[in-house]
Design a protein around this ligand. Structure first.
Ligand SMILES: [Zn+2]
Length: 256
């Protein structure tokens, strides 16, 4: 394990910002930059100084704060190579297989395209924590805006291979709606039913439902459960391929 500190806070309408702080070096990285003001306020609240920003994908609600954060703090901004032309202010670009570290901690870059073509995720391996942006949500997955359903399925398969105890931070608070949808796909999943109630309680108390863990997602997230016999029965797709079942669930969510 590791001594990194994580601080999650809301941005914009339903985005999350998150700071990762290394007490030894004093370095702090912001995962994505939805808007500068709440990120600067979070830094101020914690007494941390921003050294880096790691960007998951080019959408404005993940990048709009870059300019102001750089001007204010002189931080270095890292983002996906495949979206370098679409993101202003990148100092370094990375793709899967590239070495990246933060304050001496290895950060594994995973290509997780589908929501956008160049979307990447950041796995802080020794902290057992991954930032998956808009690829995987608590009980959901990102809309497939630029890629294809099979591409998104591949990306989720990759995240599913991480150790089950991995803590996952995602880009949005969509969990309540995701839980309601998940129950239409797998109404008899007891773990899902229990989690849906817990999520409702948390949201009513104004609490975040993020981060999550891969272990609980594997048990409750329909987009990671395309092999489930119950789900296949529910969808009348008992003998369909995994990717076809996934695609059907994604299409149903698009219409939900
Ligand atoms: Zn997005």
């Amino acid at each position: 394990m590791t001594d990194l500190d994580f601080f999650l806070f809301p941005c914009l309408k339903d985005n999350y910002g998150c700071l990762v702080h290394d007490p030894k070096s004093g370095q702090t990285v912001s995962i994505d930059a939805p808007e500068a003001a709440p990120i600067l306020a979070a830094l101020n609240e914690k007494g941390w100084t921003l050294s880096h920003v790691f960007i998951t994908h080019h959408h404005a609600d993940h990048t709009a704060g870059i300019g102001a954060l750089k001007a204010e703090t002189g931080c270095k901004v890292v983002g996906p190579t495949a979206e370098a032309q679409r993101i202003e202010g990148l100092d370094k670009t990375v793709a899967e297989g590239d070495a990246l570290s933060f304050a001496g901690h290895d950060v594994v870059v995973l290509d997780t395209p589908g929501h956008t073509l160049g979307h990447i995720s950041y796995w802080f391996k020794d902290a057992a924590t991954a930032f998956v942006g808009d690829t995987l949500f608590a009980m959901g997955c990102g809309r497939v805006f630029e890629g294809t359903n099979p591409m998104m399925w591949q990306s989720l398969q990759k995240l599913k291979q991480l150790p089950a105890e991995t803590t996952l931070y995602c880009g949005h608070e969509y969990t309540l709606a995701n839980a309601a949808f998940a129950l239409t796909i797998e109404p008899n999943n007891q773990v899902l039913q229990d989690r849906a109630l817990e999520v409702k309680r948390l949201r009513e108390a104004g609490q975040p439902t993020v981060p999550t863990t891969l272990a609980i997602e594997i048990e409750t997230n329909p987009f990671l459960r395309e092999t489930s016999t119950d789900i296949r029965k529910q969808l009348a797709m008992t003998y369909a391929s995994d990717v076809d079942v996934f695609s059907e669930i994604r299409e149903r969510k698009n219409k939900a």
